[in-house]
Design a protein around this ligand. Structure first.
Ligand code: PMV
Length: 304
């Protein structure tokens, strides 16, 4: 049995829109979330087909076809029993595809290379192959920061900052529009004009802000960036969206918090209603305070 684990990642400059082979329209920048991990194990079987041992995978078909892709690439004809688990609730509405597919990619190569006594491919190659299954998974190979442009993800030259992460859980409902559908639908939005340039400009601004330790500017840039992606959703044909009334109330509370303290978390939202907060390591007191404020406003809010 071979085992590998891989983390999730959260994008501050968002990947949205793609060409064939999950080649991104625009540049993106992510921070690796080591606290959210997927562990995949593969065990050779003798039943002539790949099967799952446990069934908590979000999309079995995609998982099996990625394993098949790697077996074809390596001319490997054996079959596996797949075990996969996340250390975070699978129903939490967190994109688990990045950690799942990167873990599967590593584990498949690890086992096949071991069995066939061949050399393990480079991290770069693993990232390229993982991207074919799930675009954002190619960023999980580089830590703590990853920049992904077109078909190449690589470690970004940024200080770690040892950021602390909270997920404000607004809803765990399965989303009505998957991110794959979103990538297609946004092609119909007029706001795609200039989107590539806006992402690039923001990435340059954000890198400068982070290097200069201008945290408030980083918050402003990241806010504008996730709103930009959600504006693509809302201006597509047909339009769709993920941000709910509860999401807006939390965003308002966070803005009040920033106004009062001149400090707070960097905020971002993926293709869902839940809110990601990133805190500098020295803001533990503020972090507890904001959580308290949010709980006071809405008892049912949970944090992960
Ligand atoms: O990797 P996918 O196809 O699930 O795309 C997800 C894209 C976003 O999460 C919405 C943004 C990002 O850059 O991660």
């Amino acid at each position: 049995m071979w085992t590998a684990s891989s983390p999730a990642n959260i994008a501050l400059i968002k990947y949205m829109g793609k060409y064939d082979g999950n080649v991104a329209y625009n540049i993106s920048l992510s921070y690796t979330l080591h606290k959210f991990q997927t562990v995949v194990s593969l065990e050779l079987n003798n039943i002539g087909k790949d099967v799952f041992q446990n069934i908590n995978i979000f999309d079995e078909e995609r998982f099996l076809s990625h394993l098949l892709r790697i077996k074809k690439l390596t001319n490997f004809s054996g079959t596996f029993t797949i075990h996969s688990r996340n250390n975070f609730p699978t129903s939490a509405g967190i994109a688990s595809s990045a950690s799942s597919f990167s873990a599967l990619t590593i584990c498949a190569f690890k086992s096949i290379c071991d069995i066939t006594k061949s050399e393990m491919p480079s991290i770069q190659h693993l990232s390229d192959i993982s991207r074919l299954a799930s675009g954002s998974s190619c960023r999980s190979f580089f830590s703590p920061w990853c920049v992904w442009k077109g078909d190449k993800a690589e470690k970004a030259d940024l200080p770690d900052l040892n950021l602390q992460h909270d997920l404000v859980l607004i809803s765990t409902e399965k989303k009505k529009i998957s991110s794959s559908q979103a990538h297609e639908l946004v092609k119909t939005s007029l706001l795609m004009n200039g989107r590539k340039e806006r992402a690039e400009t923001r990435l340059t601004q954000l890198v400068t802000a982070l290097k200069n330790k201008d945290w408030q500017l980083a918050y402003q840039i990241c806010y504008a960036e996730f709103i930009d992606m959600h504006a693509l959703f809302e201006t597509s044909f047909p339009h769709f969206g993920y941000i709910t009334h509860r999401t807006m109330l939390v965003l308002e509370e966070i803005q009040n918090f920033w106004n009062k303290n001149n400090d707070g978390p960097v905020v971002t939202i993926d293709a869902g209603p839940n809110i990601h907060l990133l805190w500098r390591a020295d803001s533990e007191r503020l972090r507890e305070q904001l959580k308290k404020n949010l709980k006071n406003r809405d008892q049912s809010i949970e944090f992960l």
